[in-house]
Design a protein around this ligand. Structure first.
Ligand code: 5GP
Length: 115
């Protein structure tokens, strides 16, 4: 896994990555290596390493992530054609950065879930 400081620096606006949306809980920006025409990451501002670390106290962040993802899907006009929301967890889930984030993917037919 890579270092979680990558996302921390983006959240704190210390990189050239352009923030699309930010509130007190989450930050959204374009993925540096997009897998689809629209590939946005919605990241928890607080360092939560993975979905394994979601608990009763911080679960509100997930509802914010979902809400922002759906709002951005409308903004980027992929809501009608459709999109995929993904959260990867640990090695078998393909998680590269140990900082909780949701992928919003769309803008083309993404095919079946897994090949
Ligand atoms: P994961 O595999 O952890 O679910 O997803 C991590 C994502 O972060 C990958 O899709 C990867 O392309 C993206 N990523 C890695 N480093 C950077 C970076 O420095 N800037 C941005 N915008 N995205 C990054």
């Amino acid at each position: 896994m890579k270092n979680s400081n990558i996302f921390k620096n983006i959240i704190e606006n210390k990189t050239s990555s352009k923030i699309i949306y930010q509130n007190k809980n989450v930050t959204a920006f374009h993925d540096i290596n997009p897998k689809a025409p629209v590939h946005i990451l919605i990241v928890s501002n607080k360092l939560i390493k993975s979905s394994n670390d979601i608990d009763k106290k911080n679960i509100y962040i997930l509802s914010d992530m979902f809400y922002i993802a759906i709002t951005l899907a409308k903004k980027f006009k992929i809501n009608e054609t459709g999109y995929r929301l993904t959260i990867n967890c640990n090695a078998h889930g393909g998680q590269e950065i140990p900082h909780l984030h949701m992928h919003l993917l769309g803008g083309k037919n993404l095919g079946r879930m897994l090949t």
